[in-house]
Design a protein around this ligand. Structure first.
Ligand SMILES: *[C@@H]1O[C@H](CO)[C@@H](O)[C@H](O)[C@H]1NC(C)=O
Ligand SMILES: *[C@@H]1O[C@H](CO)[C@@H](O)[C@H](O)[C@H]1NC(C)=O
Ligand SMILES: *[C@@H]1O[C@H](CO)[C@@H](O)[C@H](O)[C@H]1NC(C)=O
Ligand SMILES: *[C@@H]1O[C@H](CO)[C@@H](O)[C@H](O)[C@H]1NC(C)=O
Ligand SMILES: [Zn+2]
Length: 303
């Protein structure tokens, strides 16, 4: 059932809870009953340890349009499981941000679809991936669709269908001004199942770490049902600062019953998967890099 509430300056749409799933330990155990893929061998999130990752002078991840304002209006949703910022596909000017490079297949570009967050109700938890034993208070996912596939649900059926950029957040006292345009809109979607058209002047770069040189990359899955194993994860090592006050704004949101938070999936087995980490060796010039290294046939798995 849809209820439309029109206000003088905002349009809310109450969205139904279609793919209901919960995050409590009990509820996560139930995911596979309805979504078989959640028991697969390439599931996410995982714990990443630098000492077990394979260091290589990999190419940079190229992020195009990350410094441009996202086309307005954007859609901001509280679906009861996360807060999501969705870009409008029908933009008539320019193009949406996209990525390529790293060790993604050559000639393949991945266009931004949406971004969303996973966070804790307490400061010592929240992120989905764990890096060197650290569970950060929040993790952002910027979801990109392989443009070879016409839409997101189609892309989820291919192992090279989707790239998700993961960014950790780290608490500090000072406010991160770059986050304010988004944080200040959170109260507009405080209630669960609200979908709102918003004009936020925001660039993806403003949500990214200052240093994007070092990333981890591995093959995994959606961390929410249907758990499709179509995701190449690119996880930046450097976190983005966020103040305690800004973090607390996320914890004023409601999931319909209680405070929205602790919306992270439990850790999954790494299994036979390799995790690569980009390392910069200052003594290697760019030219040497190209001629000496060929990353096009790196294997993602231990055989
Ligand atoms: C997604 O793309 C596939 C393949 O092109 C098509 O069959 C399907 O109808 C599309 N789905 C939606 C929701 O547009
Ligand atoms: C956003 O801006 C566009 C034009 O720039 C305007 O038509 C639209 O009404 C605005 N939407 C909201 C929700 O303010
Ligand atoms: C890298 O190796 C692949 C196959 O192993 C080959 O097709 C490609 O041309 C190589 N690229 C370069 C730049 O040498
Ligand atoms: C990549 O291809 C080259 C030559 O085709 C081969 O020598 C090398 O062992 C391959 N590397 C991997 C990781 O398969
Ligand atoms: Zn996510």
């Amino acid at each position: 059932m849809y209820t439309l509430v029109i206000m003088t300056w905002l349009t809310f749409v109450i969205i139904p809870n279609v793919n209901g799933f919960g995050y409590s330990k009990k509820e996560q155990h139930l995911w596979p009953q309805k979504y078989k893929l959640c028991t697969g061998k390439l599931q996410s999130p995982i714990a990443i340890s630098t000492s077990k990752a394979i260091p290589l002078p990999l190419p940079a991840l190229e992020m195009i349009g990350y410094h441009d304002f996202l086309p307005m209006p954007l859609t901001l949703v509280n679906n009861g499981q996360t807060i999501k910022l969705i870009v409008n596909k029908n933009v008539t000017y320019g193009r949406l941000p996209y990525i390529f490079g790293a060790i993604l297949k050559q000639n393949q570009q991945y266009e931004m679809e949406q971004l969303h967050f996973h966070w804790g109700t307490k400061n010592n938890k929240g992120s989905e991936h764990v890096l060197n034993g650290i569970r950060y208070p929040m993790e952002m996912h910027i979801v990109h669709r392989n443009m070879a596939y016409s839409n997101f649900s189609h892309a989820l059926q291919y192992e090279d269908g989707v790239v998700v950029i993961a960014v950790f957040f780290q608490l500090q006292d000072e406010q991160n001004e770059l986050l304010q345009s988004l944080v200040s809109k959170l109260s507009d979607v405080q209630w669960a199942h609200l979908k709102l058209s918003v004009n936020i002047s925001i660039t993806l770069a403003s949500l990214m770490p200052l240093n994007t040189d070092i990333y981890y990359i591995y093959k995994g899955s959606l961390t929410t049902p249907p758990c499709s194993e179509a995701i190449t994860w690119v996880i930046f090592a450097t976190p983005v600062p966020i103040s305690f006050r800004q973090m607390s704004m996320f914890r004023t949101l409601s999931n319909g019953e209680e405070i929205l938070g602790d919306n992270f999936r439990r850790l999954q087995d790494i299994g036979q998967r390799k995790i690569y980490v980009r390392r910069l060796y200052p003594w290697l010039s760019v030219k040497q890099d190209n001629s000496r290294w060929n990353f096009s046939n790196l294997s993602w798995f231990w055989s």
